[in-house]
Design a protein around this ligand. Structure first.
Ligand code: HEM
Length: 461
């Protein structure tokens, strides 16, 4: 609700103790963000922070979060990190600050991510998982974090451009994405934490590699738009074309019968490549890590995979039968949501849980704290897939928000769930994983929350 609509005397936000002179809470948030969020969650529904000279508000309460994401969504944009991302990735559905454009782009993208289309990508997902996992038992150990990152990039790239390619190695587009995207994501992580444009312009090797990667990905997106447009013109009925995400995106038209311009399609490709790779990769890495330390759950996943897919590759129709696996994924998404914190910025003064938040302030939504609230989840730190009811594929919201909520909620939820279930079924119908002795896995909370390096030993079953 807008602040002026409030007749009550506004409350002040609870103040988070421990601010440093000048730097405020930034050192604590940078040093151990998850600990900071857990402590700050207990301080109140809306907690005021200082990040350097800037005032920020951490929003914890589920009703307050829902109000910002749903009822008042039109009065917020995504904030300064997205201003930054926009200059790099373009004005796509995930970054644009223009609500009219956002609605239109979402309508045009939706068909590419609907259930029927996503189902057609399951063979690509299964084949890519088989290709990757097939190499694992031949080496002493793997870093599951790096493996899942490469797998997710290859899957999204192939679904986007090259459904027809036999293997990842046969897809030149996947090759370019795999070469460029890790450098871009790494550079963006640094830029999000330390947004100093002057640093970005220094001719350091890191900045040069970042600029090259961005140029390569930009060129790939432009080339693919031209190629797929030409393919569609040569085959107007679409009968000869293997429909990739990009074909569906380019074919979509709005109520005015107009579709996307080439420039807009370019920006949406960049958006989907960035939004759809680290998130899924991080979730899959957590799943492998958790299962490597929980033999009982691993056996249950293996039993289910064996029963449902046996020695074959999973098909789209198999995924709904992976009921225990789905509960396990849900529990991993609760404990380790890739979107652990979401940014928003009110365009006018807003009242949230009776606290007035000034226009332009940085608002941070504490999903990590919410997912571990002891008043919502019994024994919240315990990993327990059994807390989700059998068949409950859409857990109660708004206290379970791994894919967000409201007009900006994840467009790729179905795609992500299909890829995760498919990958888990492929891996665990064939292999057993265990941690490399004495290895330690630590959460890395940057643009997404992921487990960093996950050293695993993989054996044939
Ligand atoms: C486990 C995997 C994933 C998680 C946890 C996840 C999470 C999220 C969350 C929390 C948001 C909301 C951001 C906000 O409100 O500011 C979001 C948005 C988005 N996601 Fe995902 N995502 C995942 C996978 C994917 C995949 C695979 C794709 C595409 C292939 C994708 C595409 C998008 C897009 C385009 C948006 C922007 C939507 C908009 O602003 O209207 N995501 N995602």
């Amino acid at each position: 609700m807008t602040a002026s609509a409030l007749e009550l005397q506004p409350r002040r936000a609870a103040r988070m103790p421990g601010a440093w002179p000048l730097l405020g809470h930034a050192p604590a948030l940078l040093r151990d963000p998850l600990r900071f969020l857990t402590r700050a969650y207990r301080a109140g529904d809306v907690v005021s922070l200082r990040l350097g000279p800037k005032a920020a508000y951490l929003v914890n309460g589920q009703d307050a979060i829902k109000q910002i994401l749903v009822a008042d969504a039109a009065r917020y944009d995504k904030g300064f990190q997205f201003d930054q991302l926009r200059t790099l990735m373009g004005d796509g559905v995930g970054t644009t600050a223009d609500p009219v454009k956002h609605r239109r782009q979402r309508r045009l993208l939706r068909p590419a991510f609907d259930h029927a289309h996503v189902e057609t990508y399951v063979p690509v997902m299964a084949q890519a998982a088989q290709e990757a996992a097939g190499r694992w038992p031949t080496v002493p150990s793997i870093d599951a974090g790096a493996e899942m990152r490469a797998l997710s990039m290859s899957v999204v790239a192939r679904a986007m451009f090259d459904v027809g390619a036999g293997t990842s190695a046969e897809s030149p587009a996947a090759g370019t994405v795999l070469a460029a995207l890790p450098t871009l994501l790494g550079g963006m992580g640094r830029r999000a934490v330390l947004p100093l444009p002057v640093l970005d312009r220094l001719p350091t090797p890191g900045n040069r590699a970042f600029d090259r990667a961005l140029t390569d990905l930009d060129a790939l997106a432009d080339r693919m738009v031209a190629e797929r447009r030409a393919a569609a013109a040569a085959d107007p009925s679409g009968a000869q074309t293997a429909h990739c995400l990009l074909d569906t995106i380019l074919a979509a038209v709005d109520d005015d019968l107009r579709g996307m311009t080439d420039a807009q399609a370019h920006d949406e490709i960049m958006t989907v490549l960035l939004a759809g790779t680290e998130t899924t990769a991080g979730t899959l890495s957590w799943i492998l890590h958790v299962l490597s330390g929980d033999p009982e759950s691993q056996r249950e996943v293996q039993r289910e995979a064996e029963q449902v897919v046996g020695a074959s590759l999973p098909r789209a129709a198999d995924l709904s039968a992976l009921r225990f696996t789905r509960r396990l994924v849900t529990e991993v998404l609760r404990l380790y949501p890739a979107g652990w914190i979401l940014g928003r910025r009110p365009m006018e003064a807003m009242s949230v849980a009776d606290v007035t938040i000034p226009a332009g302030a940085q608002v941070l939504l504490n999903f990590y704290g919410l997912h571990r609230d002891p008043e919502i989840y019994t024994d919240p730190y315990r990993f327990d897939p059994g807390r989700w009811q059998d068949g409950e594929t859409d857990p109660p919201r708004p206290h379970f928000l791994p894919f967000g909520l409201g007009p900006h909620a994840c467009l790729g939820e179905g795609f992500a769930m299909s890829q995760i279930l498919t990958t888990v079924a492929v891996v665990f119908s064939r292999y057993t994983v265990r941690p490399v002795p004495a290895s330690v896995v630590r959460p890395v909370a940057r643009i997404t929350l992921h487990p960093g390096v996950v050293p695993l030993i993989v054996e044939e079953r």
